[in-house]
Write a protein that binds this ligand. Structure first.
Ligand code: GLN
Length: 475
């Protein structure tokens, strides 16, 4: 196995044993990017020189016995809505095509402090709005399993970078499924932490009450490693929770674990046969491992997609108002004031972003706010309560991650509604603020399928332990 194909856990061991250096590991990733990214387009920028220099520094630390911790010398990529000081941060938008980040995101700082080698920035749907990475202003990313298909989105670049061994792990952001759904489409592991566990400072906001940064990795174990580094209370983000540290709590078995199967998800009509077959196979494995599977009822969950597609655009319309060519973003020159605003926005924001700003502005306008925004907030509470009640008697909930496998490029671009339906199993997690993970559950070489496991708020340790046991069994 070439070093870039390893998990973090395996690479770290090899680094400690001196089987290869961080510089060799980083070079192997750079070679892979060189060989593959012309076709896949996972990266918007690659920091070849800086990455090799950082790797050298890591090698010196390791030689001197001063390695910084679990991520020292490990090449990691960042979704391009996460800031790295003095580097371009575009959020996949023409609006920010020339913007240089003025500070490090908290997660970036934490990765750097842990010795990670930031190898580059990855492609995404513009401002993280999309499920296919086709909405990037810089062209689509392709699925490594079949380049005629999408990788999912919006963290498609980060996902492909990991799936195609161009780095060992990457960070993505998940507002309605953007870590879990691409992970499912590309056959890797994607973790969306509990809302408030990871700081959003330095993440270019999409919908602030849903956004959460999380890891895309090859294994559940690696996801836990990254979570332990990036999580925690942050003065710069008042919505972070007072959680001191995260330590994995690997159990030997899942015997007796009660796993809920929501009728509302499993009875969904649009689930593809392949998805049904592979996820049901995984359920069988869970059962053989001694878990107790129970059918449950999650009232109001069917409304989650509608709630999300009202609340999210409202927050989008507020968050994106600053990108007007005046305060932030590319400005159209030599126009009267009103036209400066309108033309800067019309020219530099893509159609999906404009659509959401318009929907959000409409839903927040004085004549409609009660009918849309306020009503959706009420249903959001009902959804949270439904989960809370369910978790009184069960440990975890399991659903497919997405109703279909990766679709063809262009297939859903002209039909936003069918694109939105891809999020049917993932959005309720963000609406409720819960943690969830997608792990691959197909190994026959066909298009990947993901299984989504959901835990109560802040119970990532339980979530990761159970999904690691299942992942090892499925492998
Ligand atoms: N696909 C969803 C959307 O377009 C989720 C996006 C995300 O999680 N960033 O809103």
């Amino acid at each position: 196995m070439s070093p870039n194909e390893l998990s973090i856990t395996a690479a770290r061991k090899a680094l400690d044993e001196g089987s290869f250096s961080s510089k060799e590991l980083t070079q192997a990733c750079l070679d892979q990017i060189q060989g593959m990214d012309g076709v896949l387009h996972a990266f918007l920028e690659v920091y070849e020189k800086e990455a090799l220099e950082a790797a050298e520094r890591s090698d010196i630390r390791r030689e001197e016995g001063n390695a910084l911790g679990v991520l020292d010398g490990i090449p990691i990529a960042l979704k391009d809505n996460i800031m790295l000081q003095n580097k371009r941060c575009t959020a996949g938008s023409k609006m920010l095509a020339t913007y240089n980040a003025s500070y490090d995101a908290t997660v970036t700082k934490k990765l750097l402090d842990a010795g990670a080698v930031i190898i580059g920035k990855t492609n995404l749907d513009e401002f993280a709005m999309g499920s296919s990475t086709e909405q990037s202003a810089f062209g689509p990313t392709k699925n490594p399993r079949d380049p005629e298909r999408v990788p999912g989105g919006s963290s498609g670049g980060s996902t492909v970078a990991v799936a195609a061994n161009m780095c060992l792990a990457a960070l993505g952001s998940d507002t309605g499924g953007s870590i879990r759904q691409p992970a499912a489409f590309c056959g890797i592991t994607g973790l969306k932490p509990t809302y408030g566990r990871v700081s959003r400072s330095g993440l270019i906001a999409m919908a602030s009450s849903f956004d959460q940064i999380g890891p895309l990795t090859k294994t559940v174990e690696d996801a836990a490693l990254i979570l332990s580094i990036i999580q925690g209370k942050d003065e710069a983000d008042q919505t972070t929770a007072q959680v001191e540290s995260f330590t994995a709590d690997w159990k030997e078995s899942i015997k007796g674990l009660k796993i809920g199967l929501p009728r509302q998800a499993w009875e969904t009509k649009g689930i593809q046969d392949r998805v049904r077959e592979r996820t049901e196979h995984a359920l069988g494995v869970l059962k053989n491992l001694g878990a107790e599977l129970v059918d449950i009822d999650l009232p109001y969950i069917d409304e989650a997609l509608a709630v999300y597609y009202v609340l999210m655009p409202c927050e989008v319309s507020a968050n994106l108002s600053r990108f007007d060519g005046m305060r932030f973003g590319t400005r159209k020159q030599n126009l009267p004031l009103f036209e400066t605003y309108s033309e800067s926005r019309a020219d530099n924001l893509g159609s999906e972003v404009q659509r959401r700003i318009l929907i959000g502005t409409f839903a927040l306008s004085s004549g409609y706010i009660d009918a849309y925004y306020v009503q959706a907030k009420k249903v959001q509470t009902l959804i949270r309560d439904a989960y809370k009640k369910a978790f009184e008697s069960i440990d975890l909930i399991v659903t497919p991650t997405a109703p279909t496998t990766a679709f063809k490029l262009g297939e859903k671009l002209s039909d936003p509604l069918s694109m939105y339906l891809e999020d049917i199993f993932t959005v309720s997690i963000n609406v409720a603020g819960l943690p969830a993970i997608s792990i691959p559950c197909e190994f026959d070489g066909g298009m990947p399928v993901g299984l989504q496991m959901i835990a109560p708020w802040f119970e990532e340790a339980k979530l990761l332990s159970a999904s690691k046991i299942l992942q090892e069994q499925l492998d």
